[in-house]
Design a protein around this ligand. Sequence first.
Ligand SMILES: O=C(O)CCC(=O)C(=O)O
Length: 253
Amino acid sequence: MNTAEQLLSQAQVSQYQRDGYLVVQDVLTPEEVDAFVDYENESKPEGWRENLMHHKTDDIWRRVATHPRIIAMATQLNGAAPLIVQTMYLEKKPSGEDGKAGTGTALHQDLHYLPCEPATLMACWVAMSDTDSENGGLAVVPGSHTGELRSTHRTENVDDHDSWEVEYDMVAPDGRRWKEKMYSFEIDDLDHSEVKRLEVPRGSAVFFTGKTIHGSYGNRSRDRVRRAFAVHYVAEGTWVYRGDVHDTMPAGQ
Ligand SMILES: O=C(O)CCC(=O)C(=O)O
């Protein structure tokens, strides 16, 4: 497929511009989802899921991150050829017999984690299982991508959200280097009535901007694993400040 192909209608592009996110059904086929999930279910080296760079070294991860349909849509929504910043596989276990359900990511804006210039950051989040409010599916705040980046605090709701702190090496275009502490950001004074919990079936995707407030809650289901693959892109010519993900990869490679 030609990645310059216009797969989204003008109505879908306008919806993305208005709401800051867009759900697209059936981006991957059931066979493509199975191939990825089966691969991830095989035993993997320690720390596998913490590595954000598998798209550079692993054919199965690269196949999803550079999938022609996803790249065509990302190009159409961002208006430029996408560069891959990072890839993540987010599996959240159900409460099951032991009652220890997987937690989610506090509601945040990705530009807090991945500052870049210009701010062309966007994400494609692909459901690798059926996802909804019960099993910790993606939640968004429609229209939250307009205006300034919001202030944050470290998440306090540890029943629902992972809580962590990491110091990253940062690098500026003029060569300046420094360390910056990041933590599990949660938006200050969020009006929770504005949060929309999405229902996204397996193989479907959510595209959202770097400013769109989003995240997820704990998996409250008894036996439904929540699986998602997330890839973050910037437009060609964008400077990514975080040293560990600074070396972006053209999605056409
Ligand atoms: O899937 C989730 O729980 C959160 C995903 C997320 O924050 C992201 O893809 O940027």
